[in-house]
Ligand binder design. Structure first.
Ligand SMILES: C[S@@+](CC[C@H](N)C(=O)[O-])C[C@H]1O[C@@H](n2cnc3c(N)ncnc32)[C@H](O)[C@@H]1O
Length: 256
């Protein structure tokens, strides 16, 4: 089972405590974009957890994803709320917007790590850069494998919307440092007054230490790292990540 096929539950689960992330994105677009009304692109937008509130705040947003259920959910949600965004089916590796260019792109919560090879990651970075205006920015947020210390093996939280409660656990089943993959098991437990359903999804993400992430950005030559933040999402406090850091939000500037 692929948990991204369940956008109603994914959206409730991942919208939990996302205020700081959203506030950070809004502030970062204001601070780092060269225009007061930036046009935004979200590769792999999923259920539109971020697009919907950003459109509500007045941003011109485009998003794409490979998952039909997520795209349908997002389109229905936009329609229901009389909001408008450009949404289409596309692959992070080779999407195309026929010449349309953006001031900023953003991709948080580990989505970049779905690209399991260096080749795909670099193709993605190149394609995002191609769709950005001169000096455009790309905000990438991902978990890092600490070079010292250990990452948490299991994370659990519970989120509620109306009469629906979604309990989520994400467990790291295996870490293959040679292959640079992490195997994760997600359990979603969707509970209403009349139903209690459990869904299990196992999938792999590519792993990055801080050095490995810096290396792929440098190797791609498409971006430079302008600033870095951590899980606090505090726009007034860029940080210097260390060998023990386990989450980074990177503000990348398109190379000239
Ligand atoms: C963790 S979710 C993030 C969704 C959304 N960006 C958010 O912040 O809530 C990861 C998304 O990546 C999508 N995805 C994975 N690989 C993809 C690819 N190669 N091209 C486009 N979308 C992809 C999945 O369908 C899923 O919706």
């Amino acid at each position: 089972m692929n948990w991204y096929n369940l956008p109603t539950y994914y959206d409730v689960s991942f919208s939990h405590e996302m205020r700081e992330e959203l506030d950070f994105l809004r502030s970062a677009f204001r601070q780092y974009c060269k225009t007061p009304e930036p046009r935004l692109l979200e590769p792999a937008c999923g259920s539109g957890r971020l697009i919907v509130p950003l459109v509500r705040s007045g941003f011109d947003c485009t998003g794409f994803d490979l998952n039909d259920n997520a795209l349908k959910y997002l389109q229905q949600k936009l329609k229901r709320n009389a909001l408008s965004a450009t949404v289409f089916k596309g692959d992070m590796v080779d999407f195309s917007m026929n010449g349309k260019k953006y001031d900023a792109a953003y991709c948080t919560v580990d989505t970049f790590r779905h690209l399991l090879s260096e080749k795909k990651a670099i193709q993605h970075l190149g394609n995002v850069a191609k769709h950005l205006k001169k000096e455009g920015i790309y905000i990438l947020g991902l978990h890092l494998i600490p070079e010292r210390g250990v990452a948490d093996k299991i994370t659990r939280w519970s989120a509620r919307r109306g009469g629906l409660t979604v309990k989520t656990s994400i467990e790291m089943l295996a870490l293959n440092k040679k292959e640079r993959t992490e195997t994760l098991k997600v359990i979603l437990n969707a509970i209403t007054k009349t139903r209690n359903e459990k869904f299990e999804s196992v999938y792999k993400l590519r792993t990055y230490s801080l050095k490995q992430f810096q290396k792929v950005i440098a190797k791609s030559k498409y971006f430079e790292i302008e600033n870095v933040y951590d899980h606090h999402y505090d726009i007034s406090h860029p940080v210097k990540l260390s060998a023990t850091s386990d989450y980074g939000v990177f503000v990348l500037r398109k190379s000239s």
